[in-house]
Design a protein around this ligand. Structure first.
Ligand SMILES: C[S@@+](CC[C@H](N)C(=O)[O-])C[C@H]1O[C@@H](n2cnc3c(N)ncnc32)[C@H](O)[C@@H]1O
Length: 223
């Protein structure tokens, strides 16, 4: 499966939500081994595990703990995170034989995943420049040749949350990352991105939404 196949692009358009989009992608790709970075209450994981008939292993990476160096609204108190963990545990218990809960930051637990073993990783954790940098670099070797990295919060503005929070820089950093790896990246609806680990295709940025213009930080940070 190639990221730039127009039939695939079309089939990922016009869907109601990001969950529907990724459920469809996972069905098309026939994903067997995947990871989610940033799991929160497990709602996304539960839906994907419910629909993804081919999924054999689903790694769930999240510290479920307050992080003193993460200035984002999802960084709640550790007691609250303990309740969120329990919620995730019960929501995904039906897939206990497939899920692998890795409790820790990406950089702390990613070593438990074999290199070149994942068909797909979905990144939805720490969306700051530091967070997306660490996540993409650490997850990359875990992806099989031809496999994919998708992600959330590919926002057109870094000021997704109040300005008192650290800016969200999934966009444009993921595009710079794809350029560095010389692979294609596509912008999808619902603020999603998709990178394919396909060095033969070379770098391209394909914006199926028409929303992403300027890759320069200078103009982005003013909006
Ligand atoms: C937006 S929520 C995830 C939502 C979830 N993917 C969903 O769709 O339901 C972000 C999560 O990222 C986690 N997180 C923050 N920093 C992280 C890091 N360095 N590594 C892994 N997860 C992280 C937080 O604990 C939080 O649960």
């Amino acid at each position: 499966m190639k990221i730039n196949d127009t039939d695939i692009e079309k089939s990922l358009q016009g869907l109601e939500s990001r969950r529907e989009l990724w459920a469809k992608f996972i069905a098309i790709q026939r994903t067997r081994f995947m990871a989610e970075v940033g799991v929160w209450k497990g709602d996304f994981a539960a839906e994907i595990l419910m629909d993804g008939v081919d999924i054999e292993i689903y790694y769930m990476i999240d510290p479920w703990a307050n992080l003193t160096d993460w200035n984002k609204p999802f960084n709640v108190e550790s007691e609250v995170f303990n309740e969120i963990y329990k919620e995730m545990d019960s929501k995904t218990a039906f897939a206990a034989n497939k899920r692998r809960i890795l409790r820790g930051r990406t950089k702390e637990v990613v070593g438990l995943i074999e290199n070149s073993s994942l068909d797909f990783a979905y990144i939805d954790g720490d969306h700051t420049l530091r967070g997306i940098t660490v996540d993409l670099i650490k997850i990359w070797p875990k992806i099989k040749s031809g496999g994919f990295i998708g992600g959330d919060d590919f926002t057109t503005t870094p000021w997704q949350h109040d300005v008192k929070y650290e800016p969200t820089l999934v966009f444009p950093f993921s595009v710079y990352f794809a350029e560095a790896m010389n692979v294609p990246i596509t912008a999808l609806e619902h603020g999603q991105f998709l990178i394919q680990k396909d060095e033969c295709s070379g770098f391209s940025f394909n914006d199926t939404t028409g929303l992403y213009g300027n890759l320069s930080l200078n103009s982005l940070l003013r909006h």
